[in-house]
Design a protein around this ligand. Structure first.
Ligand code: PMP
Length: 359
């Protein structure tokens, strides 16, 4: 067996140590005579794994009992609708910051349910910046303020937390668990699992309990956070195998020393790649320095005619999924938690070699 280096933006690389445990558990989980995914979601085994996953996640992120942790389905895209359905209450609308493709998707979906006030947009810089908070035009009567802490496509990340008088809501799909966050600053946090959490099919929501119970009368039960919280995420059959894998990922993170230790590693990885890009006239990254993502690093080649060859040769060298998102082109390397420093070193070595041969 030979495993390649995978820089996919999602579904992304998973820790090998986790996959090995899952492999060993596949036919029979802990001497029970069957795999976990063949068990009832109401069995003590699956309930136990789910409770353990929630507990470990709370420890990793510092989530207090004031917040509910929900294991849902439908991806972050479903939460684009669930957020306004749960939080608009009697307000006409909400504030949204537009910093890229995922902000735009969240905004478009929220418009189905209420008035969206775009408080600031970085579209005029081609989403290579984050508008300073003192330029935001906050609404007078917004139900909440929504933003996207890490834009997976543009590679733009906030290293500060917006101040808000209303509940702050964050789509943390591509940054959650990459470094510590200040959970008490948030009303609600949501994330699709398929980057730093586990396999696709699981969606995490962390919501302050006092915000539960405000859902619109039109909100489907499956999207109502209170229904999920009241039923310990088992209103219907949850994605049990994805929760089990996420639980293993949480244990793996804890074993590494938690999110502060992970941040040190992630910063080292990203800094290596950015400096390789910046020290070459062959590669470029368009994002303003203070907002460069630790997780998703887009870069272009000086001559786009070489893009195809770069992708062919990198793939042949065992470096997979470096193609940029179809909406922006160029390349993108996603350096999630499970992408090792060795993988980043191999990518940089390949980039230098390619440049020497083609520049
Ligand atoms: N938000 C962000 C920041 C994302 O990166 C993604 C997926 N790449 C989504 C939302 C959509 O997530 P899902 O596919 O889980 O609906």
């Amino acid at each position: 067996m030979s495993r390649v280096y995978n820089f996919c933006a999602g579904p992304a690389s998973l820790p090998e140590a986790v996959l090995e445990i899952a492999r060993d558990d596949m036919l029979e989980w802990h001497g029970k005579g069957l795999s976990l995914m063949e068990m009832s979601h109401r069995s003590p085994e699956v309930v136990g794994v789910t409770e353990h996953a929630e507990q470990t996640l709370r420890e990793l992120l510092g989530v207090s009992a004031d917040y509910a942790v929900l294991f849902l389905q439908g991806g972050a895209s479903t939460q684009f609708a669930a957020v306004p359905l749960n939080l608009l209450g009697d307000k006409a609308g909400a504030d949204y910051v537009n910093t890229g493709e995922w902000s735009k998707k969240a905004i478009a979906e929220a418009r189905r349910f209420g008035k969206v006030n775009v408080v600031a947009s970085s579209e005029s810089t081609n989403f290579s910046t984050i508008p300073a908070q003192d330029s935001w035009q906050l609404g007078a009567d917004a139900a909440y303020l929504h933003y996207t802490p890490n834009e997976t496509i543009g590679g733009v990340e906030y290293f500060w937390t917006p101040q808000a008088a209303v509940p702050l809501v964050a789509d943390m799909s591509s940054t959650l668990l990459s470094r510590p966050i200040d959970v008490p600053a948030f009303g609600a946090i949501y994330a699709g699992a398929q980057k730093n959490i586990g396999p696709a099919g699981l969606t995490l929501v962390i919501v302050r309990r006092d915000l539960l119970g405000r859902a619109s009368t039109h909100c489907p039960a499956m999207l109502d956070w209170k229904v999920a919280a009241d039923n310990d995420s088992m209103y219907n059959t949850p994605p049990t195998f994805a929760i089990y894998l996420a639980d293993l990922v949480f244990d793996w993170l804890k074993g590494l020393g938690g999110l502060a230790a992970m941040e040190t590693i992630n910063r080292r990885k990203a800094e290596k790649l950015y400096s390789a890009i910046d020290n070459s006239s062959f590669y470029a990254n368009p994002v303003e320095l203070p907002s460069r993502s630790l997780m998703n690093i887009p870069f272009t080649l000086a001559d786009p005619a070489l893009d195809k060859l770069f992708l062919q040769e990198s793939e042949a060298a065992g470096l997979l999924n470096l193609k940029g998102h179809r909406s922006v082109g160029g390349m993108r390397a996603s350096l999630y938690n499970a992408v090792s420093e060795k993988a980043v070193d191999a990518l940089i070595a390949f980039m230098r070699d390619f440049e020497q041969r083609r520049a």
